[in-house]
Ligand binder design. Structure first.
Ligand code: 5GP
Length: 251
């Protein structure tokens, strides 16, 4: 496919969405911007968009192969992903396999406590209200989703967690938690959208528990891109690495 990029229809904190010459298709451009704390902390990291688009594409491909409906059509080139157009649901669906981050601040979980079964939490994606945690009554009362849609989202999310957790374990990566977002496609199906990357997931080295994700940026560390490149290097096969010209990080 050789889609033409059209008008900008949405600009988020780290991605832009453009119309294409095909209705129901959009191009998602992954920018180099990285933010934390409702966008208060904001920087630009060279090639972050490049790596996040390649990493997200790999995860979307794995999920599609396992029967999960995603927005992904193809990676046109690093940074530019061709996707189905979705009407996004303003929910941040967070899955936790290990207690860390905000949950240990809000509830008496021990830091690094294994959560089995995993916790699925939904936050309202709304900067003005600082992404508050929802329950099903609030979500349905706000007409963000119906109870049936929420049940469906939970079912799909558990499946996604199992697929990605197992895949990452094989690559020697722990998967403490992640945030995903869903939308409706033109047929009204609930489809996985947004991205799956070190910006939206926690990834830890299996042996050392070294942090390999955006927490490095949140904590003011300087080696953020090294971690993102390491994740790409661990999850991509040699063919993908060659295709996307990231062989320089082959170790
Ligand atoms: P926590 O609630 O512990 O801060 O985050 C849990 C998981 O969800 C982490 O993997 C984190 O990256 C992701 N997450 C939660 N809220 C957001 C958000 O607003 N933006 C992004 N990019 N990730 C989020």
């Amino acid at each position: 496919m050789n889609p033409k990029i059209g008008d900008l229809i949405y600009a988020g904190k780290a991605k832009d969405v453009y119309e294409t010459d095909t209705p129901n298709h959009v191009i998602v451009k992954f920018r180099d911007d990285i933010t934390a704390g409702d966008g208060i902390k904001c920087e630009s990291l060279v090639k972050k968009g490049y790596y996040n688009s390649v990493i997200s594409s790999k995860f979307f491909e794995i999920l599609e192969e396992s029967g999960i409906k995603t927005q992904y059509i193809e990676l046109i080139k690093p940074g530019y992903m061709l996707c189905k157009k979705l009407r996004m649901i303003p929910l941040e669906v967070i899955t936790r396999n290990i207690a860390t981050g905000s949950i240990v601040k809000k509830f008496p979980f021990h830091h690094n406590q294994i959560l089995n079964p995993p916790i699925i939490q939904m936050d309202y994606k709304n900067d003005v209200y600082h992404d508050p945690m929802l329950n099903d009554s609030i979500t349905t009362a706000l007409s963000l989703a119906t109870q049936q849609e929420l049940n469906n989202i939970r079912k799909i999310t558990f499946k996604i967690n199992n697929i990605l957790k197992d895949f990452l374990l094989e690559k020697n990566i722990l998967f403490p938690d992640f945030k995903i977002e869903y939308g409706f496609d033109s047929h009204g199906n609930i489809v996985l959208g947004d991205e799956i990357s070190p910006d939206t997931c926690r990834f830890w080295d299996l042996k050392s528990w070294e942090v390999l994700d955006k927490d490095l940026f949140r904590n003011g560390e300087s080696n953020v891109m090294d971690a993102y490149m390491k994740i790409a290097s661990l999850i991509l096969n040699n063919e993908d690495k060659e295709k996307w010209n990231i062989s320089h990080i082959l170790k």
